[in-house]
Design a binder for this molecule. Structure first.
Ligand SMILES: C[S@@+](CC[C@H](N)C(=O)[O-])C[C@H]1O[C@@H](n2cnc3c(N)ncnc32)[C@H](O)[C@@H]1O
Length: 234
């Protein structure tokens, strides 16, 4: 994230409680628009995750406690912020409706989308400057296959579709028509207290599966991420 965003028109995609939108405003942005989807049933979750019987309780939890709009409103009021929040899917970003933005931030969203490249394509369509794209990645293939773009398809009872390695994430960005200007290494976002965490004393049972190993990494270090700064081709 550039330290100084003075005069920039900014967009935060999948803002949730608005952390990055408010941060862009704090860094001097002339205006910040934040988009998200209020109703969890309109998220692009795998049908097994959204409608499977076992997940009714989880959806209830999400509706009640994960309402980004409520926490966004609270923070906006506390900060005296003028960030504008719009109920809009990333898939519906449209330069004819929303205009173009000098700086766009998108974080930890693509894993929840069945078509991450289309989403990135929509971001490119409203990007008149640069995009900072920071995503969850799968750790092991990022280390063992650093140059080979790979993504593991989940798409079942969890809320994510694709788990790319770092090279796979960068390939998604490039294939959506961005030029990558800068990239980070792998970093870990520690989970908050409400995030589901496997108990360490039972964790060894999970070592046999990719998902199990990821859960252990998440428990110990946080969620592996990598980020790029990119601009639209052409
Ligand atoms: C894991 S949170 C990331 C929050 C924030 N970007 C961050 O980095 O802290 C994913 C967010 O994406 C939102 N979301 C899910 N599907 C979306 C879509 N199709 N378009 C826009 N936002 C979406 C969710 O409501 C949620 O707030």
């Amino acid at each position: 994230m550039p330290a100084d965003l003075t005069g920039k028109r900014c967009l935060d995609v999948g803002t949730w409680d608005g952390f990055w939108a408010f941060e862009m405003e704090r860094r001097g942005a002339a205006s910040v628009t934040a988009i998200d989807i209020e109703d969890p049933l309109r998220w692009d979750w795998p049908p097994q995750a959204a409608f499977g019987a076992a997940n009714e309780a989880r959806l209830g939890y999400l509706r009640t406690f994960k309402s980004g709009a409520a926490s966004f409103g609270l923070a906006k009021e506390a900060l005296g912020s003028s960030v504008e929040r719009i109920d809009c899917s990333v898939y519906d970003l449209d330069p004819a409706v929303h205009g173009t933005f000098d700086v766009i931030f998108l974080g930890s969203l693509l894993l929840h989308l069945r078509d991450p490249v289309r989403a990135l394509d929509r971001v490119r369509g409203v990007c008149g400057g640069e995009a900072i794209l920071a995503e969850s990645i799968e750790l092991l293939p990022s280390i063992t296959r650093p140059r080979t773009p790979i993504a593991r398809l989940e798409g079942m009872d969890q809320s994510w579709w694709w788990q790319p390695n770092a090279a796979g994430f960068r390939r998604m960005v490039a294939s959506a028509g961005f030029e990558i200007l800068e990239k980070t290494g792998i970093y870990f976002l520690p989970t908050g207290t409400a995030h589901p965490r496997p108990a360490l004393h039972t964790a060894w049972r999970s070592l046999g599966s990719a998902r199990g190993r990821e859960r252990i990494v998440t428990r110990v270090k946080g969620i592996p991420h990598t980020a790029v700064r990119a601009r639209p081709l052409g």
